[in-house]
Each structure stands twice: as structure tokens, then as C-alpha cells.
Design a protein around this ligand. Sequence first.
Ligand SMILES: Nc1ncnc2c1ncn2[C@@H]1O[C@H](COP(=O)(O)OP(=O)(O)OP(=O)(O)O)[C@@H](O)[C@H]1O
Ligand SMILES: O=C(O)c1ccc[n+]([C@@H]2O[C@H](COP(=O)([O-])O)[C@@H](O)[C@H]2O)c1
Length: 223
Amino acid sequence: MDGAVEALAERARAGELGRLGIMGGTFDPVHGGHLVCAEQAREALGLDAVLFIPTGRPAFKLDRPVTDGELRLAMLRAAVAGNDAFAVSALEVERPGVTYAADTLRALRAALPDEVELVFITGADAALTLPRWRESGALADLAAFGVAARPGYELDAAALADLSARGFDIRPFAATALDISSSDIRRRVSEERTIRYLVPEPVRVMIEEQYLYREELDHGRLA
Ligand SMILES: Nc1ncnc2c1ncn2[C@@H]1O[C@H](COP(=O)(O)OP(=O)(O)OP(=O)(O)O)[C@@H](O)[C@H]1O
Ligand SMILES: O=C(O)c1ccc[n+]([C@@H]2O[C@H](COP(=O)([O-])O)[C@@H](O)[C@H]2O)c1
């Protein structure tokens, strides 16, 4: 099992971890919207820690290239350094094949003491697609879902009722609306425009030094 998950299991055994947030995403690259969403989920949902898990091959993005997992991991690690409540897991990057959240949640359930409650954090855009995720029925039993509003996407009463009727334990929370997306950051870099302050400074420096996102298909990206 991954070192970050082992460390969390240790904290749980010491009675220091009751509720764990899981922030899944492609993180190509991680940006301020992800970090604010995770931090405000931690506060609003009473999470003792948040584990960021970058995907291997994201199920809904098979039609586009994704930057090498090690580079996305390195950017995430740099982004969360210094926040004791945040950790990063290589679980999905190291798992071969397409990434499915149900596999990840089962692995976490097996690695952590039964008492630890799992809350998968998503923006409203991702939450609205939950019925189409693989093993959607099983997923509803594996974790609760903390859902943040995201500019352009809303989890309205009808959507909430539909997800609840499907057995999902949905926990909406208010997050500061930040209209930042990884696609916009990639586009800005390719157009030689500024991304300063949209991503943490060490991430901006890594993007610059590794020549990421300069073109649609650069050397760091998988076809
Ligand atoms: N600005 C934001 N505010 C709140 N949640 C966000 C924001 N950006 C992303 N998220 C959430 O973070 C998770 C991971 O998102 P992802 O890594 O796909 O980023 P993205 O910016 O949507 O990427 P892309 O633009 O490449 O599709 C998803 O649950 C998504 O809803
Ligand atoms: O398991 C699935 O079928 C599934 C389908 C779409 C998205 N997800 C998960 O949702 C999270 C956000 O995905 P994305 O594509 O917006 O980066 C990430 O952890 C994905 O693994 C999972």
C-alpha cells in the first residue's frame, strides 16, 4: 500500500483520523480552485485530513492526452507541501489501466480501519455525472460525497433528489467560487500568457522548467 495511505492508517489507529476527505482528479495541472475546494471541504465537512489522488487514465478523458502521472504527482506534492492536513497518494497513477473511483475506494476501505468515514470530494460538474461512473451502485455504499458548487455548474434540488434516490449520501458545501480550470491554464501556457497566482508558485515554476503545456502534444504528455 501507498506510503501516504499507510501514514493515514497509522493516524487512524492512534485515534487522530475519524473522517477522511478524498480529492480525486486529473490535476493536469493542480490549481487554486482544487486547493480552495479541498480546504473549504475540510472545514465545512469536518474532515481530519484530505488525501489528493491524481488519476492514472481518467475514465471520462480517454479521448485526450494526459500529462505523465509522475509529473502530475510532483506538481501536487509541491502544491500541498506545508499543509499538515493534506496528503497525496500515488495509488491511481500506479494502478494500470483506466482509473475507476470504485477500485480506489475499495482499496482505501481495505487499508484503513473500519471506523474511518470516507468522503469523496467533487465539484458539482463531476457530481452530476455520478450515475454514469463505473459500479455506480457499489460506489454509493463505499463513501459519502462532498459536493462544492463550481462556476457554471449547480447541484440543484432536482439533481440532489435524483442522486439521493440512487442511494448517494450527498453533502453539499459552499466553496468560494473560483472560475479556474486546468484546461484554461493549459491554454494560457500554450498562448504564452500568465498563470501566476492561478496555480501555487512552485507549480508554476515546475510547468515552466519542464516545458509543460507549451503545445497541445508536448513531450510530457501521453498520446
Ligand atoms: N475551480 C474549481 N472549483 C471547484 N471545484 C473544482 C474546480 N476545478 C476543479 N474542481 C473539481 O476538482 C475535481 C478534479 O478536477 P479536474 O482535475 O478534472 O480539474 P479541471 O479544472 O476540471 O480540469 P479540466 O479543465 O482539464 O477538465 C473535480 O471534482 C472538479 O469538479
Ligand atoms: O469511476 C468512474 O467511473 C469515474 C468517472 C469519472 C470521474 N471519476 C473520478 O472523478 C474525479 C474527477 O474526475 P475528472 O475527470 O473531473 O478529473 C476523479 O477522481 C475521477 O477518477 C470516476
